[in-house]
Write a protein that binds this ligand. Structure first.
Ligand SMILES: *Cc1c(COP(=O)(O)O)cnc(C)c1O
Length: 403
C-alpha cells in the first residue's frame, strides 16, 4: 500500500481494462475530503459519483460495517437476515408507497429488476412489454439497461440490443403520449437526469406522466439511482414533485459506498415477483444492509435533507455569479446538491481546471460540469470550494470578463 500515484496509474494501465481513464489514485477519504497516493488533498465534489451523501468514512457507517463484518458477512437469500428486513421496512416507510423491496448490488441491476417486474406484470395484463424511456437518460450498462438508456454513445457496438424500448423526449409530454401503443407497459424516467446533463423534470411533466400512466394502466418507474437518498433535498426526488411512482430504484448513495441496489414498489406490485422468478445471490447482503441503515440514520440525525436544500441554494447562487461573469459559462441548473453547469466548450477542460485547484468534479455529457458534493458539507468548506471555482475560472477565462 505504499505505491505513489504515478506507480498506481502505471499498474492500472497495464492490468485494468481501460473503461475509465483515471488521472488520480485515491488513497483515503474523510468527510468531504479525499487524499491521493501522494498525500495531496482534494475536496470531493464527485462524492465517488453520488455515493458519499454522508461523507467519506462517516464514523457511524464505518462502525456499522465493522460490527456486521465481525458478526455475519453473508448468508444468501435462502435465509432471512435482520439487517435486510429492517432496511426493507425502512425504505417502504420512507417512500410511503406501502409496497415491498427487492435488493440488488448496483444501479443497473436495480433497474433491470424494475424492467423485469414491469414486463412480468404487463405480459399477464394484456400481453404488454414495451417500456418508454427518455432521450438523454441513463439507466446502466447491462444490455437491457443500455437498451433503456436513450443515448446512442452507450449503445454503439452492442447490437443486437434487447427489444421493447421506445424513446420519447424528456419534459415533452406530447412526445411521451405519441410513443404509447397497445404494447406499452411502463414509462421510465429519472426525475433529475444525471449523466444526461443534470436536467430536472418539470412539475408539469412529472404530473403529466403520472396522469398518463393512470389513464392507460401503465407503471411509472422512477430511476432514483443518482437522485435518491437525499441528494435533491427529499429522500427521493419524486417526493419533491408531489407524484408517486409505481416503482423506483436506488443504488449509488444507498449503502454509503458498499455496493447495493434496491427496487421499491407500491403495494399493488409488491407480489409480482414470486419464488424463483427473479433473484440475486448477494442482493441485500448483511454488510450492505447494515451500512444502508447507518446511512439513513445519519441523514435523519444530521438533518441532511434540509442541508441539501440550503447548501444547494448557496452553491447554485455562487455558480450563477460565475455564469453572469463569463460568456463561456451558459447556465446552472439542478436540484438540491445535484447541480450542473452548462459550458460553451469542453466540460472536461473545466473539470481539469477545477482539479488543478484542488476540487474534484464530474462531467455530465460533453458540455456540462456536474457538482455532487457530500450533503455533510459545512459552510466554510463550501466557501473554500467556491474560492477554488472562482480561481479556476479566473485562470481559464480571465481577461475576457463581461463585468
Ligand atoms: C449510475 C446510474 C445508474 C447505473 O448504476 P450502476 O451502479 O453503475 O450500475 C443507473 N441509473 C442512473 C440514473 C445512474 O445515475
Amino acid at each position: 500500500m505504499s505505491n505513489n500515484t504515478q506507480e498506481i496509474l502505471e499498474l492500472y494501465k497495464k492490468s485494468v481494462m481501460p473503461t475509465y481513464a483515471p488521472s488520480i489514485a485515491i488513497a483515503s477519504g474523510k468527510g468531504v475530503t479525499v487524499r491521493d497516493a501522494d498525500n495531496r488533498a482534494f475536496y470531493d465534489f464527485t462524492s465517488g459519483i453520488g455515493i458519499h451523501n454522508v461523507g467519506h468514512c462517516h464514523p457511524k457507517v464505518v462502525k456499522a460495517i465493522q460490527d456486521q463484518a465481525a458478526t455475519l458477512i453473508h448468508a444468501s437469500n435462502l435465509f432471512a437476515t435482520e439487517p435486510q428486513v429492517n432496511l426493507a421496512a425502512k425504505l417502504v416507510r420512507l417512500s410511503g408507497l406501502g409496497g415491498k423491496v427487492f435488493f440488488a448490488n448496483s444501479g443497473a441491476e436495480a433497474n433491470e429488476a424494475a424492467i423485469k417486474l414491469a414486463r412480468r406484470w404487463g405480459v399477464a395484463n394484456g400481453g404488454r412489454y414495451e417500456i418508454i424511456t427518455m432521450r438523454g437518460s441513463f439507466h446502466g450498462r447491462t444490455l437491457a439497461t443500455v437498451a433503456a438508456t436513450g443515448q446512442g454513445w452507450c449503445q454503439d457496438g452492442y447490437d443486437p440490443l434487447p427489444v421493447g424500448f421506445v424513446y420519447a423526449d424528456f419534459n415533452d409530454l406530447a412526445s411521451v403520449k405519441a410513443a404509447v401503443t397497445d404494447k406499452t407497459v411502463a414509462i421510465m424516467l429519472e426525475p433529475v437526469q444525471g449523466e444526461g446533463g443534470v436536467n430536472p423534470a418539470t412539475e408539469e411533466f412529472m404530473r403529466g406522466v403520472r396522469a398518463l400512466c393512470d389513464e392507460k394502466n401503465l407503471l411509472m418507474i422512477c430511476d432514483e439511482v443518482q437522485s435518491g437518498m437525499g441528494r435533491t433535498g427529499t429522500w427521493f426526488a419524486w417526493q419533491g414533485y408531489g407524484v408517486e411512482p409505481d416503482l423506483f430504484t436506488l443504488a449509488k448513495a444507498l449503502a454509503g459506498g458498499v455496493p447495493m441496489g434496491a427496487l421499491v414498489s407500491k403495494a399493488r406490485y409488491a407480489d409480482v415477483f414470486g419464488p424463483s422468478t427473479h433473484a440475486s445471490t448477494f442482493g441485500g447482503n448483511p454488510i450492505a444492509a447494515a451500512a444502508a441503515l447507518a446511512v439513513i440514520e445519519v441523514i435523519e440525525e444530521e438533518n441532511l435533507l434540509d442541508r441539501a436544500k440550503e447548501l444547494g441554494e448557496l452553491l447554485k447562487a455562487a455558480l450563477q455569479a460565475e455564469v453572469d461573469k463569463y460568456d463561456q459559462l451558459l447556465e446552472v441548473r439542478g436540484k438540491g446538491l445535484m447541480l450542473g453547469l452548462a459550458v460553451d466548450g469542453d466540460a472536461k477542460e473545466v473539470v481539469d481546471a477545477l482539479q488543478a485547484q484542488g476540487l474534484l468534479t464530474l462531467t455530465a455529457g460533453p458540455h456540462v460540469v456536474r457538482f455532487l458534493p457530500p450533503l455533510v458539507l459545512k459552510e466554510d468548506d463550501l466557501e473554500d470550494a467556491i474560492d477554488m471555482i472562482s480561481d479556476a475560472f479566473d485562470c481559464a477565462f480571465g481577461g475576457e470578463e463581461e463585468g
